[in-house]
Ligand binder design. Structure first.
Ligand code: BGC
Length: 382
């Protein structure tokens, strides 16, 4: 059933039933007359997630599905294996099947304009989930985190680990110079630029003062980017950096990494080159998402920090926005200026994130029920 039919003319229950039975098919349906709220059980929300290779998207998918089902809706949850045509097809099918509302976490934020046109034509509202869909007027709402601030937190955790800053943000006692390499996310993800800008703006004064040296010279986002955020791509680039910029015996002191999977690729490359053994310290390595394997690496002193973005809270916001639309209302935004998708500024609800260090794993992740202590110890979700 289509969103526009959330307030259906109840002229015959039989018509309602027959519409539901044929799976909706929004565009051609008849509105009008006195209205009554549709039964949530007649409403299907299509949820498209990018990949199951990263734990965070599994957690997001599960949390969104569970929350919507708890509210009584049906959920059509699809993962696209990080393959753009697969995701496009999944969304096309959601619209054809008559899903009433879409929650979409894009693989490539610039590749869904066609699907969004079809959604608009079918009267289906679109909530862009965590990754902003670009180049389309038909993105109705955006739920995410303050992504620039996530980048600032990544830069801050790097500086703190190096001792250039104290945890409270004051000037640290270390002076450097430190050799640091920089990694960015996937350029087709709108978030990658926000993370990079936040982090780069934070560490730039230290590059300018000579306390941080990027030995490879690769300080532009397109030189540092990691296609599809892939661990193997990052591992290969770190291996190449070690061979090209560190063959003189100099050591890497820090690596800015925008995502835990990328951090694990970087760690593998460094460990293969002898870091972390025989008195050769691991560099300070940042991350994002508090993936369980990486939380264990932080607990074990291998990775220095990550950024915790509570997927439960993000899912909750997506559900709140969905319910507003399905009730014929507008969701409440807390940011109406930041996220310009190239066509319009998309009203957004942005959440806050936290830096996870070894000493606050318990308070941020265990005490809040995100993981159990046993999971942190094992480095695996049970
Ligand atoms: C998300 C990050 C995630 C990255 C890789 C980004 O869009 O905001 O949380 O680390 O994608 O999956």
């Amino acid at each position: 059933m289509n969103v526009r039919r959330r307030t259906l003319a109840v002229f015959t229950a039989g018509l309602v039933l027959s519409l539901s039975a044929c799976g909706g098919g929004g565009a051609g349906s008849t509105d009008g007359g006195s209205s009554a709220p549709a039964d949530p059980a007649d409403i299907t929300v299509g949820v498209a997630m990018p990949t199951q290779t990263s734990e965070r998207w599994i957690a997001d998918g599960n949390a969104v599905k569970a929350g919507l089902e708890k509210a009584g809706y049906k959920v059509d949850l699809q993962y696209a294996n990080d393959d753009i045509p697969t995701q496009q097809q999944q969304i096309d099918q959601m619209i054809t099947k008559g899903d009433d509302l879409l929650i979409l976490a894009a693989i490539d934020g610039t590749a869904l304009a066609g699907q969004l046109d079809a959604a608009k034509a079918a009267g289906v509202k679109v909530i862009s989930y965590d990754r902003l869909i670009r180049d389309s007027a038909n993105v109705d709402f955006y739920v995410s985190f303050d992504n620039y601030k996530v980048g600032v937190q990544q830069g801050t955790s790097l500086l703190t680990g190096l001792g250039l800053l104290n945890a409270d943000g004051s000037k640290g006692t270390a002076t450097g110079p430190f050799n640091v390499e920089l990694f960015a996310g996937s350029l087709d993800d709108n978030n990658a630029g926000f993370f990079w800008n936040g982090a780069f703006d934070t560490i730039k004064p230290f590059i300018d003062s000579g306390q941080i040296v990027v030995k490879s010279g690769q300080t532009k986002i397109d030189e540092a980017a990691t296609l599809r955020w892939q661990q193997e791509v990052a591992q290969k680039r770190m291996e190449d950096l070690l061979t090209s910029a560190y063959s003189d015996g100099s050591k890497v002191d820090g690596v800015l990494s925008p995502y835990d999977g990328i951090s694990r690729g970087i760690i593998t490359a460094l460990q293969n080159a002898g870091y972390g053994t025989g008195g050769q310290k691991m560099p300070i390595i940042t991350g994002q998402d508090a993936e369980i394997a990486s939380v264990k690496l932080i607990n074990d002193g291998v990775q220095y920090a990550t950024i915790f973005k509570d997927t439960r809270k993000l899912a909750e916001q997506a559900i709140t926005a969905s319910e507003a639309y399905l009730d014929g209302k507008e969701p409440e935004a807390n940011d109406t200026t930041t996220y310009d998708n190239g066509v319009k500024v998309v009203p957004s609800f942005l959440l806050q994130s936290d830096i996870v260090y070894k000493d606050n794993i318990t308070s941020l992740l265990v005490d809040t029920g995100y993981y159990t202590q046993a999971e942190v110890d094992a480095g695996q979700a049970s």
